[in-house]
Design a protein around this ligand. Structure first.
Ligand SMILES: O=C(CO)[C@H](O)[C@H](O)COP(=O)(O)O
Length: 236
């Protein structure tokens, strides 16, 4: 009996590979977070170790990205040591037709927004299940909050019409703690009609560090999808 291949895993692998292929020798590369980007980091390491490309350095967006880059032999640097980022590759939880995003499913959106928005080219890698007409329709909006402000921030979000929920750990009692030592609130909004305005309004609440709306940052979306039984890559 042959093992079933998970089509979503296949789409993530192929789209990660397609993004990694766009990296050229000498580039400074923003390394995103999540299961899709993990494939891009793996393929990038393969290209580097086989000699197909050389002299790349990565800037990780999370502890996870740092660990993977080290595992796959990609040298790392920091924002203090470079004056630009050539390309950033990162996943997303939702992508709308304007290429605006919801990110932060891995609680890494604060560092991701810093690195992704600095890149000359920001490439988003997703499987087709992430494409939506309206942001917020399938995924809650992650908001990183400084712990002492968790109650006033949740109250302020409720006044904006959102339903906030403190993100709890899996295999850990208590809340998820970000790489910066903060907490994450996931917010249900009935409709996000103006993502640019909501992004600014939420970030204006004292105690909020960053939210997962990425508006006007994306240059290219690579979407992995299954057509006639084949995995293909579509550009948006
Ligand atoms: O924003 C992120 C982490 O904060 C991820 O990029 C996003 O959650 C997508 O992850 P995956 O590729 O595992 O679906």
């Amino acid at each position: 009996m042959s093992a079933e291949i998970d089509p979503i895993k296949l789409m993530k692998q192929e789209v990660g590979k397609a993004a990694a292929k766009r990296v050229q020798s000498g580039m400074i590369v923003g390394l995103g977070t999540g299961s899709t980007t993990a494939y891009a980091i793996q393929f990038l390491g393969d290209r580097l170790n086989s000699g197909e490309i050389k002299d790349i350095v990565g800037i990780p967006t999370s502890f996870q990205a740092e660990v993977l880059a080290k595992q796959y032999g990609i040298p790392l640097t920091t924002l203090d040591a470079v004056d630009h980022i050539d390309v950033a590759i990162d996943g997303a939880d939702e992508v709308d037709p304007q290429k605006n995003l919801i990110k932060g499913g891995g609680a890494a959106h604060t560092r991701e927004k810093i690195v992704d928005s600095l890149a000359k080219q920001f490439i988003v890698v997703v499987d087709s299940t992430k494409i939506v007409e309206h942001l917020g329709s399938t995924f809650l909006l992650p908001v990183e909050v400084i712990p002492m402000a968790i109650t006033p921030v949740m109250n302020a979000i409720e006044k904006l019409g959102g339903k906030p929920e403190l993100r709890m750990g899996v295999k850990k009692a208590g809340p998820v703690i970000t790489d910066q030592g903060n907490m994450v609130v996931d917010v249900k909004f009935d409709a996000i009609d103006n993502p640019a305005e909501l992004e600014k309004t939420i970030n204006n609440i004292p105690g909020v560090l960053e939210n997962g709306l990425f508006v006007g940052v994306t240059d290219l979306v690579l979407v992995g999808e299954v057509k006639d039984g084949q995995t293909v890559i579509r550009e948006m």
